[in-house]
Every structure is written in C-alpha cells, then in structure tokens.
Design a protein around this ligand. Structure first.
Ligand code: XUL
Ligand code: CO
Length: 436
C-alpha cells in the first residue's frame, strides 16, 4: 500500500524532493550524521492531526483510506512506516492515544492499545525503525480538564496513573529508549481555586511511582520532562528548564529524569533555544529535543518545521558540547501550516527540518574545530585560574582578604576587557556561510 506520492528522498539526487544538507552516512567528528541527529517523526502531528484549529475543522484527512477505527489506526501505522522510510528517518515518538482509539472503558482502551501497538511495533521493526520515546496523552479527554497528575480529584489522578502505567508498558514492549512527561494540563488558570503545594507534591508522587514501576518492569531508557511555560493552561508548572530542575531537586528526582527541550517552548518562556539546552547541559540533565520553531510575532505554540539555521547551529553546538545524544534524539514536534493541505507537504516539512539541522550540525562542528569561541571564553575568564581568582574558587579566600586585595589593588577598571560580541557573531556567521 502506498500512501504518499513520492520517491525515496536522498542526498543531492537531483529529484524534485532531495536533501541538500542531510547526508546520513557522512561522518562528522567520527560519527555518522544520522547518528548525531537521530531524527524522529512525531506520530501526533504527522499521522493524526488533520489541521483543525480554533476557527475551522481539519483540512487534511489522516484516515489513509480506512473506514473502521481499527482499520484507520492500522493504516496510520502503515503510513508511518512508509513515511519514515521515504525520508530515511529511523525513530518515531507517540502518545498512547495517537496509536489506538479510546474505547468505552479503560479496559477496552487498553485492549485496543495492546493490539494496535503490536501491529505498529512489528511493522516499524521490520523497517528497522525504533521508538525514541512514548508518552501518555493526559490532556485531551475532558476528564483531565483540571489536570491529571495535578488534578484536584484523586480519582482523576488514579486514572492518569493507570494510563501512565499502561503507556510505560507499551513503551517497554516496543523497545522505546525514552519515556516523556509533558504536563499537558499540569498547571493552573487561577490561584483562587488552586492548592499549588498539593498539586506539585502530587505530580512528584506520580513521577516517583512511574519511575519505580518502569524500572521494575525493565525499562532501561531515560525518563524525560518536557518544560513548557504556558498553553493550554495560563501557567504550566514545568515552566522552563530551571524551574523543572528545581522541582526535581526538591522531590529528589534529579537522578531519575532528564529534560526534553523543545525550541518553541523555550521561546514561549522568554528564552532562546540555546539557553534552555545550555541550562540542561550544565545541570547534567540534557536528554532529548523536540525540534521545531515558533513564530516570534505570535504568542503561542505554532510548532513550525525549523528553518532557522542560526538557531539550529547553536542547538547543535550545545548537543555536541553535551557529548551528543545517548538515548535522545531530534523529534520533529512540528506541523505543516494549515494551508499546506496535501500529505506530501509533510515530506517537504521534514526535509526542511532535517536539512536545517544537518546544516546546523556542520556549522557547529566548524565552530568547535575553529576554536575561536572556546578560546575567547577561556581567555575571558582567565583571571579565575591564578592569584586571587584561584583563591576564591578554591574557597581559601575570605571576604576580608578580598577587601584587602581590592584596597591594595586600586581601581580594577583596567582589568575589564571588551565582550567582543560582534566579533563572535561574525565568527558564527562565517562558519554558517562557509561550511559545506
Ligand atoms: C505540546 C508538546 C507535546 C509533547 C508531547 O506542546 O510539545 O506534543 O511533546 O506530549
Ligand atoms: Co513537544
């Protein structure tokens, strides 16, 4: 069965659809490009969402010719296998509800999930595709209108826990290397009706139970939290990387979780993508990435396919500095615009994103090899390696000593050097322009 009208997409093939930068077998820093980038297809945007928005219904059917729910979900799985094959993408990610329909009861839903995940797992494994991560959709169904792990109702919390348990089982069954928590409705609209302390404690309880269960049934991959500051709630508890790290530390979960950083969520939080990645890296919790980009003129999560090579370069610089992905990868949590209403437009979207990140990887590699940025940062902080700087760092210096030092030293303005931002920005541009 063929769902997409396209030939296989390869590097500089001269065909109508080709990669200009993504050359999977090309070796960069001793590793193949495909292994640096570990691209994944997001099941929800690619094989489920039909382009509905607040003002209109779907414009691009995703039943793939199926008629009954069972048939439709099987065809989605077949389409996923074909689509990832056409692009040479090795990984995929899903929510439980993306891959099987909800039944009339939780047990019927779980049965649907068992059957359809078997079908999906087999068909993907046959094509050599691997599950990057699974997750539970704890935000769509009306029962979660006030949250799931942070719901005011203990019954809703228990239902969410049951869903997480099952989603972890499916992830393990399909050999997933990660499990994501994105707090869909874990936040609040107004504090007038909210016990923020209890809600956050309960969230920590759910995460603790999930980790304990996952490890007990043999999950060896990484658990991730995906920060996002707002939307759908006015305030999401997992606001940004720093907030999540503080939360994990408070509830003694820092060793159990890494972060899944999403570009558009970073910008919604008022940060750059690079900032969020660097925060994760320096705190030892860099894990995986949801690759997309937002529209700076809009205040919501537009989930566009990334075309900003500059941002992708700084992202890949962080990834390389973090030592690369282990269990994580670049998941395209991205959708084509509603006006792009053919299935093949999705191929163009992925090509756009994959080429952008391939270019970013090459530019980041060139920045590292050139060494200008590293050298500059090193020399900018060189006063910390000798004299008073090293005494402060080692903890030997007390505040009286610093006072005596400052009094004897006189004005320190002469030790202040230029930050040379524009020089460094020129270096980055040059690497982006020159890399091939
Ligand atoms: C929503 C979002 C999700 C998560 C998975 O903004 O990013 O799709 O990645 O639940
Ligand atoms: Co995401």
């Amino acid at each position: 069965m063929k769902y997409f009208n396209s030939e296989k997409i390869t590097f500089k093939s001269g065909a109508q659809r080709e990669f200009l930068w993504y050359d999977p077998e090309r070796v960069v820093q001793g590793k193949k490009m495909k292994d640096h980038l570990r691209f994944a297809a997001s099941y929800w945007h690619t094989f489920v969402a039909e382009g509905a928005d607040m003002f209109g219904t779907g414009v691009l059917g995703k039943t793939f010719g199926g008629t009954s729910p069972e048939d439709i979900y099987r065809r989605k799985a077949e389409a996923a296998a074909e689509f990832t094959d056409l692009l040479g993408i090795e990984y995929y990610c899903f929510h439980d509800r993306d891959i099987a329909p909800e039944g009339k009861s939780l047990s019927e839903t779980n049965r649907n999930l068992d059957e359809l995940s078997d079908y999906l797992g087999d068909i993907m494994a046959k094509g050599g595709k691997k599950l990057l991560w699974g997750t539970a959709n704890l935000f769509n169904n009306p029962r979660y209108m006030h949250g799931a792990g942070t719901a005011p109702s203990a019954d809703v919390f228990a239902f969410a826990a049951a869903q997480v348990k099952k989603a972890i089982e499916i992830t393990v069954k399909l050999g997933g290397s990660g499990y994501v928590f994105w707090g869909g409705r874990e936040g609040y609209e107004t504090l007038l009706n909210t016990d923020m302390a209890l809600e956050q404690e309960n969230m920590a309880r759910l995460l603790t139970m999930a980790v304990e269960y996952g490890r007990r049934i043999g999950f060896k991959g990484d658990f991730y939290i995906e920060p996002k500051p707002k939307e759908p709630t006015k305030h999401q508890y997992d606001f940004d990387a720093a907030t999540v790290i503080g939360f994990l530390r408070k509830y003694d979960l820092l060793n159990d979780f890494k972060l899944n950083i999403e570009a558009n969520h970073a910008t919604l939080a008022g940060h750059t993508f690079q900032h969020e990645l660097a925060t994760a890296r320096i705190n030892g919790v860099f894990g995986s990435i949801d690759a997309n980009q937002g529209d700076m003129l809009l205040g919501w999560d537009t989930d566009e396919f990334p075309f900003d090579v500059y941002d992708a370069t700084l992202c890949m610089l962080e990834v390389l500095k973090a030592g690369g992905f282990t269990n994580g990868g670049l998941n395209f949590d991205a959708k084509i615009r509603r006006g792009s209403c053919s299935l093949e437009d999705m191929l163009d979207g992925y090509i756009l994103g994959m080429d952008t990140f391939a270019h970013g990887l090459l530019a980041a590699d060139a920045i590292i090899r050139g060494g200008e940025l590293d050298d500059f940062v090193k020399s900018r902080y060189d006063s910390w390696n000798t004299g008073i700087g090293s005494r402060i760092r080692s903890g030997e210096a007390v505040i009286e000593e610093l006072s005596d030092y400052a009094l004897s030293r006189g004005d320190v303005l002469s030790s202040v050097r230029s930050a040379r931002q524009e020089y460094l920005e020129n270096v980055v541009n040059k690497k982006i322009y020159e890399c091939k």
